[in-house]
Design a protein. Structure first.
Length: 172
């Protein structure tokens, strides 16, 4: 599962970056099915900053994490509002600095003209210090090509790179 890995892999970069910043992370994964958490825990020392992965594959599971029914009903599971709420709710429930979410279509079925196979929304939510109003969430939409397994890996690694980008912004 390193076809799309950089050298060094992003999970190893985060193994230095997150503890050095004193940050922690939790994830809520739909289309990646726990792969982000698996990649993070492939690295020794990840227990210093990694809290949990929630696999929220169904609408009901997303509701359990704190995603509003209205967001799912109006926008569908594969949407910016749902990715945003998944990242925020997971961050807040875990009490971590960061929440990362993925919701998308890994294929080979399930796509549409508006949201083809390979479409994903990645959310990264930051918890700033109370009273600073620095908490924020970034969501991006991406489309990846490949087999189901290839798409899942690309999504997971992009989510980790997005996390790194956001951590670097906060730490600068």
């Amino acid at each position: 599962m390193r076809e799309y890995a950089a050298d060094p892999p992003i999970e190893e970069e985060l193994n230095d970056l997150l503890p050095d910043a004193g940050h922690t992370v939790a994830t809520a994964e739909s289309c990646t099915g726990g792969l982000i958490g698996s990649l993070l825990t492939d690295v020794s020392g990840s227990s210093d900053y990694f809290d949990r992965t929630l696999v929220t594959y169904t609408y009901d599971a997303k509701l359990d994490t704190g995603v509003a029914r209205e967001a799912l009903d109006e926008h569908g599971a594969v949407s910016e509002p749902v990715a945003r709420q998944m990242a925020q709710a997971t961050r807040d429930a875990a009490g971590t600095t960061w929440g990362v979410s993925t919701t998308g279509i890994a294929g080979p079925t399930g796509g549409s003209e508006e949201k083809p196979v390979g479409t994903v929304y990645i959310g990264v939510a930051y918890a700033g210090e109370w009273g600073t109003q620095s908490s924020h969430t970034a969501v991006e939409r991406r489309e990846f090509d490949g087999t189901r397994t290839e798409i899942k890996e690309q999504i997971a690694r992009r989510a980790l790179r997005k996390l790194r980008e956001e951590v670097e912004v906060v730490c600068d």
